[in-house]
Design a protein around this ligand. Structure first.
Ligand code: NAD
Length: 401
């Protein structure tokens, strides 16, 4: 049966998927890493949240930059019928596996709920029985709207909200290509707790505890979680909001984990404060898209603009496994230093003041780039690939994950 790929946006959520575009994007990311050459990095990597953006980029960098065998855990859907051909992340995992295997690397995908005990057990069994017994890097890159707690069964929901006071600002509606005023009411206590449960450090620690208990970590083991701080203009709804609190919770988990890892002589847990990039998650964070189109404009001009793959490859190659790590006073890695450069931030603030409903899509900003990067996430607006393709459903169903 023939299906035609079509891009569909609902607000800032992309609904359609273009498998050919996803495949090309995987090729492009692999090529970028190959062009940068190899580095001495990890060899046995587990990526939690491996199907898109930062997790996928980390997997591609370690596989094609450091010849790592990888396991990816993601929450995605494969093709079912002509009305439901699955998610971009599913195709990313399927195509990544093809390219990694062709390069002689192990690439194992687990599709399901990383928060569950069942998934942890399945992955650990696989590591012990088929992956050589140990991993030397665990990347924690999950962004999720909810989590079913494995011990209690309670369903927690995350909410990206300020704490204590409402925040007002302008946001971009990518579907209608308009700016709109946004008011985000402060989070309730249960929203604060829910966001910490979903996006905090507990699940990260559960994974590392279970891997440690099962003797699945090498002596030079490292684990990293991706955090965000961002500039002053985003602090009210991010750094000082619910997500910021969740990231603080992850820092507490990092400290606890480091004590356990040091006791067992098993390496370290790291937090990397990452730069803002165009992802499914960042497009639904209030006000952030407007900041992105100003920031990107200036970073492109100064040659420092990064996509997920550029940023994660730099982090892994130069900082975590290289000789240029930059830590802050709290011991966090700071590859976001380019974004937060004070001179740049002053210019971003000035530019944001000039942006309005009439000019936000013009050359004044990097709106076109932000939109393209956003569409690329689902395989659309990819250079050299048509958005509308006639594909055989059967051939998609034959792809293996
Ligand atoms: P994303 O939405 O692109 O990817 C999230 C990943 O988590 C996907 O692979 C998805 O399948 C997986 N996932 C979600 N729920 C899952 C579940 N229950 N079980 C298994 N996998 C699940 O997100 P992203 O933007 O790459 O964010 C990843 C991390 O990086 C987050 O912690 C985020 O806070 C952080 N971060 C993002 C940015 C940014 O600008 N996007 C900046 C700094 C830090």
């Amino acid at each position: 049966m023939e299906i035609v790929t079509k891009s569909k946006l609902v607000g800032n959520i992309a609904k359609g998927v273009n498998p050919l575009g996803c495949q090309k994007e995987i090729e492009n990311q692999i090529q970028l890493v190959k062009d940068r050459g190899t580095y001495e990095g990890p060899k046995k990597v587990l990526v939690l949240g491996a199907s898109s953006s930062y997790g996928l980029a980390s997997r591609i960098s370690t596989a094609f930059g450091s010849q790592a065998d990888t396991i990816g855990v993601s929450f995605e859907r494969g093709p079912v019928d002509e009305n439901n051909i699955g998610t971009a992340g599913w195709y990313n995992c399927a195509y990544f596996k093809q390219y990694a295997q062709a390069a002689g690397l192990i690439a194992k995908n687990f599709i399901g709920d990383a928060f569950s005990k069942k998934m942890k057990d399945e992955v650990i069994t696989y590591i012990k029985e088929e992956f050589g017994g140990k991993v030397d890097l665990v990347v924690y890159s999950i962004a999720s709207p909810k989590r079913i707690h494995p011990d209690t069964g309670i369903v927690y929901t995350s909410a990206i909200k300020p704490i204590g006071q409402a925040v007002e600002g302008q946001n971009i509606n990518l579907e209608k290509e308009i700016l709109f005023d946004q008011k985000i009411d402060p989070a309730t206590q249960s929203e604060i707790e829910g966001t910490i449960e979903v996006m905090g450090g507990e699940d990260w620690e559960m994974w590392i505890d279970e891997l440690l208990e099962n003797d699945c970590l090498t002596d030079d083991f490292k684990t990293v979680l991706y955090s965000y701080i961002g500039p002053e203009c985003t602090h009210e709804f991010y750094h000082k909001g619910t997500l910021g609190l969740a990231k603080k919770d992850a820092e507490k988990a990092q400290k606890r984990m480091n004590k356990k890892l040091q006791r067992e002589n098993k390496g370290e847990a790291l937090i990397s404060v990452s730069k803002v990039v165009t992802t499914k998650a960042s497009a639904v964070i209030p006000i952030l898209p407007l900041y992105c189109i100003a920031l990107y404009k200036l970073m492109v001009e100064q040659g420092t603009h990064e996509t997920s793959i550029m940023h994660k490859d730099r982090l892994l190659r130069e900082m975590i496994y290289g000789d240029k790590p930059e830590y802050d006073e709290l011991g966090r890695l700071r590859p976001d230093n380019w974004e937060l450069d004070p001179k740049l931030q002053k210019e971003v603030t000035e530019l944001m003041e000039k942006i309005n409903a009439e000019n936000f899509t013009t050359e004044l900003t990097a709106y076109d780039l932000f939109r393209k990067e956003f569409m690329n996430l689902n395989g659309f607006s990819v250079d050299g690939v048509s958005d509308e393709n006639e594909l055989e459903l059967e051939s998609l169903m034959e792809l293996t994950i």
